[in-house]
Every structure is written in structure tokens, then in C-alpha cells.
Write a protein that binds this ligand. Structure first.
Ligand code: SF4
Length: 342
């Protein structure tokens, strides 16, 4: 992010682990506790008005990071400094309640996050009432205003979620998040359960809303094409760690980390002429219980050396020719490869 931007969220050295339940035998043997290291020492800033894309293969810790920010998971250590509330990592109940109004999430499966027994009207009225967002006399107009914002007609008010398609439910989920006027919107794989044509509609809607409402967004996806379209800056995660961070076009035009380079090559191409260049990442992602020594990507990296197996690369800052700041965690960053459209 540029130095003159105002910070909304600043995460420092955040780690989230999940202990694995020990068997009685392991307890008697006093075996050391095993941990799933879902998020490891992540530091990340998000400025007001910025959309940050968070990418990586499934299981790399993207969703755990999002859930830790809103404290659905407790961090093992680290700081989550948010706006005027302060550190969410050790926030009291009162401040967490304040945060739950200011940070809203959009989920992959809107159906599971919408109460099937409630009509759209009762769902929205409940939020307006619980959070005292407006006068009772304004509930209907406010609800209709939010539905119009996401392209839903107002005659849907007395219907239940089961009456809608996946794309319509996601529009309702977005309206429900926006009615709170959040300072930060976290979208966790918001289109991955939808058909391709509907995906494009929802991404276009989010892009429109982003500029209309000056939204600040953390957009999580495994789909690089979607992330490229919507994000100002992209953060790449692998095995719970950030391995690269860059303004979007700089990353796609010249990825520096071998993992980013391979991910971009492995993504399906929009341009049919480029299709033969698609290839897959070799090998399985190692277990987050047993993270490889040195650089955690070394078992799958085509450029790995003995140094990579031994020494963990720091996330180092450098500057592109256009002056923009980039970060990469690699002893031997990729040089000068250019990618076409994906
Ligand atoms: Fe590959 Fe070594 Fe860079 Fe890790 S540090 S990504 S193993 S070249």
C-alpha cells in the first residue's frame, strides 16, 4: 500500500494454531502436543478504500486468517489493530460487539448464512432493530434501498431464502452485510459456489459497490482471475504464511515468488490461444502439522537449493521500477517473466 494511505487494519505477527487432541497413550507417554499451524506470523496492512485480494490453494490459511480477524478463531499470538477499536486480539466483549458491526463478512454459501425460516423482511428488520441502525418507521424504506443497491426487486421482502437462486441469495447476503454500513467487508470465496455467468454478475456488482460506497475489502479466493479483476493489491499465502505481496498488475505481469509464478501459470486462461501454457503445481501441499524446514515451499519448488531446505526466507521489501512496494519471501526471486491474460 502507498505510504500516504490511511490504515484501517494492521495485522502484526498473527498466528492461529489448532491443537490436535492427544490419545490417552500419547498423554501417558507425555508426547509433545501436536498443532495445526493454520496461520503463521502473518503481518498485513489494509488501507481505507483499498481492496486486498488474498489468494492461495485451499487449506493455505486464507479463511482461518479471516475468521481470526473477526475473532471466530482465537489467535495464538499477534496484534489485530483495527480502526479506532484497537487490538482485536485481546479485545473485551464490548469492543468485539462494536467490531462485529464494523466488519462484515460475505460467505461462500449464502444459503447457510441466511436463516431459512425467516423472510427477507424479518431478517433485515431484525438487524436494523438489534443494532439500532434507524427509526422503526424507516425499516421498510431502508431495506428496500439496500435490496435495490444489489439489484433485487422490492417485492422479494416477504419471501424466504429457499425462493431464490444462488446468485440472488448472494445478492441478499451482500445487502445484509452492507446495511450495517461496515468499515471493512471480508468476502470469503463469495463466488466459488456459483455458475461462471453468475460469478461475473456478482463480481461486477461488488466492483460497482466498491467505487460507489468507497468500500474497504479483503477479498479471499483461490481463483486468480477473479482476484485480478477486483483487487488493488494481492497477497499470496502458502501453508499459513504470506509468500508474496504486490500491487495487482505488478504481481500478474512479473511474479517474484516461484509459487505465485506457478499459480499464475496453473490458472485456466481466458484467452484460448494461451491454453497450452497451463500446467499444474507438482506434489501435494505438505501438512500444516509438519511444516517443512527452511522455506516451506521447498519440497515443490523447481528452484530449491540446500540453502532453501535449511534457511527460512524473510518476507523482504523491495521496490519495482514504478516505485511501488512489493514483498517476497524467497532466496531466489523469479526475474523478468511476463504473463499474458488469465
Ligand atoms: Fe523456492 Fe528456495 Fe525461493 Fe523457497 S526460497 S521459493 S525453495 S527458490
Amino acid at each position: 500500500m502507498a505510504h500516504n494511505q490511511e490504515l484501517l487494519l494492521s495485522i502484526q505477527n498473527l498466528s492461529t494454531v489448532f491443537p490436535i487432541k492427544q490419545t490417552l497413550f500419547e498423554k501417558i507417554q507425555r508426547k509433545p502436543e501436536k498443532l495445526i499451524k493454520a496461520v503463521s506470523n502473518v503481518s498485513l496492512d489494509i488501507a481505507k478504500g483499498e481492496t486486498v485480494g488474498l489468494v492461495g490453494e485451499s487449506g493455505c490459511g486464507k479463511s482461518t486468517l479471516a475468521k481470526t480477524i473477526i475473532r471466530l478463531n482465537d489467535p495464538r499470538h499477534g496484534i489485530i489493530d483495527f480502526a479506532d477499536i484497537g487490538n482485536l486480539a485481546n479485545a473485551k466483549k464490548k469492543d468485539l460487539k462494536k467490531m462485529h458491526r464494523k466488519i462484515q463478512m460475505i460467505f461462500q454459501d449464502p444459503y447457510s448464512s441466511l436463516n431459512p425460516r425467516m423472510t427477507i423482511r424479518s431478517m433485515f428488520y431484525e438487524i436494523l432493530s438489534v443494532y439500532h441502525l434507524c427509526e422503526r418507521s424507516e425499516y421498510e424504506s431502508k431495506t428496500k434501498e439496500m435490496l435495490a443497491l444489489v439489484g433485487m426487486p422490492e417485492d422479494v421482502l416477504d419471501r424466504r431464502p429457499s425462493a431464490f437462486s444462488g446468485g440472488q441469495r448472494q445478492r441478499i447476503g451482500i445487502a445484509r452485510a452492507l446495511i450495517m454500513n461496515p468499515e471493512l467487508l471480508i468476502a470469503d470465496e463469495p463466488v466459488s459456489a456459483l455458475d461462471m455467468s453468475i460469478q461475473a454478475q456478482i463480481i461486477n456488482l461488488l466492483t460497482e459497490l466498491k467505487s460507489k460506497l468507497h468500500l474497504t475489502m479483503l477479498f479471499i479466493s483461490h481463483d486468480l482471475r477473479v482476484v485480478r479483476y477486483i483487487s488493488d493489491r494481492v497477497v499470496v499465502m502458502y501453508l499459513g504464511k504470506i509468500v508474496e505481496e504486490s500491487p495487482t498488475e505488478n504481481l500478474f505481469n512479473a511474479p517474484k515468488h516461484p509459487y505465485t509464478d506457478i499459480l499464475i501459470n496453473a490458472a485456466p486462461k481466458m484467452n484460448p490461444d494461451n491454453r497450452e501454457r497451463t500446467y499444474a503445481i507438482e506434489g501435494e501441499t505438505p501438512s500444516p502439522i509438519d511444516i517443512p524446514s527452511g522455506c516451506c515451499f521447498h519440497p515443490r519448488c523447481p528452484y530449491a537449493t540446500e540453502r532453501c531446505r535449511r534457511e527460512e526466507p524473510a518476507l523482504s521489501v523491495f521496490f519495482d521500477d514504478d516505485g511501488s512496494e512489493r514483498k517476497v519471501a524467497c532466496h531466489y526471486p523469479v526475474k523478468g517473466r511476463i504473463h499474458g491474460d488469465i
